[in-house]
Design a protein around this ligand. Sequence first.
Ligand code: FAD
Length: 465
Amino acid sequence: SPVIVWFREDFRLADNEALFAASRIGAPLFCVSILEDGKSAMTASDWWLGKTLTTFDATLKVRGGALHVCRGNAREVLPELVQRSGARTVLWNRRYDPDGRETDTDLKRTLRDAGIEAHSFAGNLVHEPWTVRTQANQPFKVFTAFWRAACQIDDHRPVLPAPENLDFWWEDVSHWDRWVAATALEDEMASLEWTRPLEAHHEVSESAAHEHLETFIDTALSRYGVERDFPAMDATSGLSAYLRFGQVTPRQIRQAVRERDVRTGREKFFAELGWREFAWSLLWEYPDMASCNLRSEFDAMPWRDDPQGLRAWQRGQTGYPLVDAGMRELWQTGVMHNRVRMVVASFLIKDLLIDWRLGERWFAETLVDYDPASNAMNWQWNAGTGVESAPFFRMMNPVLQSRKFDVSGAYIRRWVPELAALSDRDIHAPWEAGTPPSHYPAPIVDHAGARHRALDAYEHVRKSR
Ligand code: FAD
């Protein structure tokens, strides 16, 4: 009978513990993935997943296997697959989001109760999210302390190679009622108009992830520490979506960087990967981090109900060039430079005084690298609602940020072409230009006035403490 390997956020051959362990059992592999029921394929990260299923299936086919994709509720589908295939063993790599954790715990129990061997392995983090703790066994609330402790933990797990000579179970399952083609999600997404621009910006596969990594190490890593905050400089790795779907692991990244012995920029880059680990350790501790203020006094914040403002922000029509450039980059490419993510988040939360959760949701729908832990943590940190995050009253000035980090306006020119003809000086605040471009909106809010409004609103929070 076959061994089932259930793929979820780990679509890779190399450094895949569950796959590696399965390959050593000596039974043919039945590789499956489950598209959850009721999940409408409408988000940018679903687009990435659709491509991922197709390319991973192709990768397995080259080795003589296939990825068998089924649709439905995993709690029902997986036991069905076990029964129909006669498998006695099911293996998977852990996922750490609240729903996934619950499903996996239930499934493990159900399968074991039925006499099936069910084993899970470490997922796509360097350290399991519950392992980096204070001496009092509490979760860290401050990144620097978390990272110091994380760096001191010995990591004995080897970075695994892709298993050689995989042997696959080869029964035709395409007539099973849950079965869908591995390309099903990609095909569904291709019919959606808004996914077209994404095609031009991403190549989605395990090998593309590694090519990206190599190019980054060769061309940008040594500049990373100095240039990573400048959106026009192309000095970051672009690995976030690959990390999210497990086409590359943080341990492979660390190994590749160490092997090449690039020292400049390295520690800064590792620390950014550390923020990802920190986010997951927080989500593990605070499962409702995407929906509840971690600092509950912010429940008293009088957020504004402003659908028009929200819409202008989503569409990149706020009249603030750097904000609009970021939001348009997001819509076209499914990613946005980190510095600009901070600026647009601050603008929504503080200039427009719109609840950070609406921004979190918009990012969740439009980012190809949407990650429930990193997204929630970063939104809460920018809102000042996270534990130990920067205070709410620290507001980013979108014009000063623009002058500082997009000095020549190259990034704005790329995403807001109607401003391209403005001088390097005027492009950050077109309303100050002698003749502002007529087809670009005037600012939807005055930053100085908005600042006072936000500080007044914050008084409610302070008083409610
Ligand atoms: P690099 O600079 O090359 O960094 C390497 C890796 O480190 C990234 O791929 C990522 O995995 C990790 N990393 C870097 N910065 C952060 C950070 N601040 N927090 C957590 N991990 C980090 N990142 C996501 O992966 N998914 C999200 O949904 C997400 N939402 C965000 C929302 C807001 C409001 C903000 C301010 C940031 C968000 N980030 C998110 C973090 C960060 O912006 C992206 O990880 C980064 O821009 C991805 O580009 P890169 O791979 O070139 O990063």
